[in-house]
Design a protein around this ligand. Structure first.
Ligand code: G3H
Ligand code: 13P
Ligand code: ZN
Length: 331
């Protein structure tokens, strides 16, 4: 067992307290490899933002749990080397079993999500409570979830949202002891969050998706005032990146995300953590496709992974400054 403090990591408790007071959200960026980690850490150091490094169970299988642990420790050292020691949380994204959460805690994670949202309510409460009891022994923070996001979540595909029921949140939070709660108010995972027929067109012909259900968020905030809320599925699917991908041979159709203004509004409320993964995938893919198309003789991976990393860093700098408001929060 290695405790996260030995790796120089922090849990999310203090960060959420500060985010709540300051009206901003902590970025939760997923990573699977070195270039993504470099981009996240260098962007957050440059903008003086705290950060949550997210690892999904798929990422754990892809990258190897031991390597990930040392990479997270490396991220802490890299941040110091870049000149600012930013707070870094290592978080399990969409943990689906007690055993997976326990194993991550033993490998040095400082925060875990137990996503029991697909289970019946009582089973979700029981499973979440079990993870909280174990995690809190090690001062590891726990995120639970109520409500189901449309799209693919946890390898379960839901055709429609099941919005979080505000009348359940007090009971869930008090019975489970979770430290934060992911809710469903209209965001979803992936790059196709809305069908074009669900959207309206503005004067420039740009598709505008239906607004998030801020009424549900408000009711939740009234019922559990000051409690940290998490938004999953919060990529904005930048259309310039989609255009580059399609220009250079990609086939992304009807890719639509969450408008940045909506995320800015959410970040100013009790939403303390915003999850972004797909936008990073788009940034990397656009850069790699461009190199492959324009420099077909190139075969040194650094020549395409380097530009992918640069593009990712630029995206994350934009997110912390202009979307989440987490920039300049580390002294
Ligand atoms: O919510 C899911 C995250 O984007 C992680 O995706 O399971 O493909 O690693 P993944
Ligand atoms: P996106 O697919 O919108 O980036 O959401 C990522 C996420 O919620 C990870 O848990
Ligand atoms: Zn998610």
């Amino acid at each position: 067992m290695v405790h996260y403090t030995e790796l120089g990591l922090v849990n999310s408790r203090e960060l959420f307290k500060q985010a709540m007071a300051g009206g901003y959200a902590i970025p939760a960026f997923n990573f699977n490899n070195m270039e993504q980690l470099q981009a996240i850490v260098s962007a957050c150091v440059e903008t003086k933002s705290p950060v949550i490094l997210q690892v999904s169970s798929g990422a754990r299988k892809y990258a190897n749990q031991t390597l990930l642990r040392y990479m997270a420790q490396g991220a802490v050292e890299y941040s110091k080397e870049l000149g600012l020691s930013i707070p870094i949380v290592l978080h399990l994204d969409h943990g689906d079993t007690f055993e997976l959460c326990k194993s991550c805690i033993e490998m040095g994670f400082s925060s875990v999500m137990i996503d029991g949202s697909h289970h019946p309510y009582e089973k979700n409460v029981k499973l979440t409570r079990q993870v909280v009891e174990y995690a809190h022994k090690y001062d590891v923070t726990v995120e639970g979830e109520l409500g189901v996001l449309a799209g693919i979540e946890d390898e379960v595909s839901a055709e429609h949202h099941t919005y979080t029921r505000p009348e359940e949140v007090e009971d869930f939070v008090s019975k489970t002891g979770v430290d934060s709660l992911a809710i469903s108010i209209g965001t979803s995972h992936g790059a196709n969050k809305f069908k074009p027929e669900q959207c309206t067109r503005n004067a420039d012909g740009i598709l505008i998706p239906p607004p998030l259900r801020f009424d549900i968020l408000d009711e939740i905030m009234n019922r559990i005032p000051g409690f940290p809320i998490v938004l999953h599925g919060s990529s904005s699917v930048p259309q310039d990146l989609v255009a580059i991908i399609n220009k250079y041979g990609g086939k992304l159709k009807d890719a639509i995300g969450i408008p940045e203004e909506e995320l800015r509004k959410a970040a100013a409320s009790a939403v303390c953590k915003i999850n972004i993964d797909s936008d990073g995938r788009l940034a990397m893919t656009a850069a790699v496709r461009e190199v492959f198309a324009l420099q077909p003789a190139e075969f040194d991976p650094r020549k395409y992974l380097g530009p992918a990393r640069d593009s990712l860093k630029k995206l994350y700098i934009h997110k912390t400054i202009n979307v989440l408001g987490s920039a300049n929060r580390v002294q």
